[in-house]
Design a protein around this ligand. Structure first.
Ligand SMILES: *Cc1c(COP(=O)(O)O)cnc(C)c1O
Ligand SMILES: [Zn+2]
Length: 413
């Protein structure tokens, strides 16, 4: 059963058949999946969604596959919870964390997009999958490729965190490190994709892949009791996640699953790589590519593919854009750990640091629902905080050593 009408150019609206293509032949605009909402309306209700498994496929008709999924059967449906300690600290009334740091199986929101992309790759008949990645995507493609039985190549910048490299290599796939930035990796992958019949999840399968991000937004709405938040702070690399959360909420409206929404979108970027936030601040629609220099490597994309669309969502919803320095990122990682017991990676640090700034500047009001998007796990970027965590006290296994070296210290502080 197919609910997809086809693909459509986001710029000139030309229509295309559902094939592994991603740019418009006429204007080079990106292609997007178009659904038959009338048909979906007849089968997808709250009751149907609620009756299904707690994973991202519970919204299957709004995802671009025709058959059954081949992986990600336990991905998605991560917790959304009220962060009461953090809310108190920030002086706000209602604050929620959508926590993809515990997504299955590779601990970031990329498990969502890859589940959809590999299921589509199977339908298209590919036997090799690949990606251009800042780390988390490579981890997810590598892991899901084992379960779904694909050959696999992942391409990453050479200077990624050790944990992100090992968390791809452990699956025995081909990890290729490129001497350059993510934007160099991406350029090379576009070239390889045009020459080899591989499914590059975020290149030739990008229209399908990116739809997986909508499930992050669907879940927030469902978990808030079928209502959209007033404010949502989203980290942006390519800008796709932010754009697709918006699309997802709009679709829920279209299907009558919610009556209306009035959500303001805030984009969070690192100070060392902020092409979207900079365009917002300079009040221009042109995204100027930058050379990334930040510890938030997972969102270090200097030339964001969906930058203009993310910027558009931020502007038309009445949101805002803000950046966080490396120092602020680390402080925010520690703050989230301290207040909520959650260890997020650098991208999560960016999001919380930006949310905190926007609340302090009164751009986000204190008395309305706020959702903060935590998209990755701190175990993958340990080196950024290893020097700033509380010192471990090492002692001999005796009670006197414990009292002398541990308790006495605690009493002193
Ligand atoms: C990829 C990624 C993002 C954002 O991705 P977009 O390209 O903007 O969709 C955010 N957080 C983490 C941890 C990521 O890995
Ligand atoms: Zn076009």
């Amino acid at each position: 059963m197919s609910y997809i009408k086809g693909l459509k150019c986001k710029e000139c609206n030309r229509e295309y058949k559902k094939e592994p293509i991603y740019v418009c032949e006429y204007c080079f605009g990106p292609l997007e999946v178009v659904y038959d909402y009338e048909k979906i309306k007849k089968v997808l209700s709250k009751e149907v969604i609620l009756s299904r498994g707690k994973n991202l496929w519970r919204y299957k008709e709004l995802l671009p596959i025709d058959g059954e999924p081949v992986c990600g059967l336990n991905s998605g449906f991560t917790p959304l919870y009220e962060a009461k300690n953090l809310a108190k600290f920030l002086g706000v009334k209602e604050l929620y964390i959508k926590d993809d740091s515990c997504n299955h199986p590779t601990l970031s929101f990329k498990d969502r997009v890859v589940a959809v992309a590999l299921s589509k790759a199977k339908e298209f008949g590919f036997d090799t999958v690949a990606c251009a990645s800042t780390g988390n995507l490579a981890n997810a493609v590598a892991a899901h490729s084992r379960y779904a039985n694909f050959e696999c190549y992942v391409f990453i910048p050479y200077d990624l965190e050790a944990s992100k490299v090992i968390s791809s290599a452990i699956y025995g796939v081909n990890v290729v490190a490129i001497e350059g930035s993510y934007d160099d990796v991406n350029r090379l992958c576009a070239e390889i994709a045009s020459k080899y019949k591989w499914a590059f999840v975020n290149v030739n399968l990008r229209p399908y892949y990116s739809e997986g991000s909508k499930t992050y937004g669907f879940e927030i709405v469902e978990q808030l009791g079928w209502q959209a938040p007033k404010h949502i702070v989203v980290p942006a690399a390519s800008g796709s996640l932010l754009t697709k959360i918006y699309k997802g909420i709009k679709e829920f409206c279209e299907l009558g699953l919610i009556k209306s929404f009035d959500t303001k979108f805030y984009v969070a970027q690192a100070d060392g790589c902020s092409p979207i936030a900079t365009a917002f601040k300079e009040n221009t629609d042109i995204i100027k590519p930058v050379k990334p220099n930040t510890i938030a490597k997972s969102i270090a994309i200097g030339n964001p593919a969906d930058g203009v669309y993310a910027l558009d969502v931020v502007k038309k919803t009445g949101g805002f854009a803000e950046v966080a320095t490396d120092k602020e990122i680390i402080e925010a990682i520690k703050l989230l750990a301290d207040k909520e017991g959650i260890f997020t990676e650098t991208a999560g640090g960016v999001t919380l640091a930006v949310a905190k700034k926007l609340i302090e500047k009164k751009i986000i009001p204190k008395d309305e629902t706020i959702v903060i998007c935590i998209t990755g796990n701190g175990l993958k970027t340990k080196e950024c905080v290893s020097d700033v965590v509380k010192r471990t006290i090492t002692i001999k296994p005796s009670i006197s050593a414990f009292e002398k070296l541990v308790l006495s210290q605690i009493r002193r502080t």
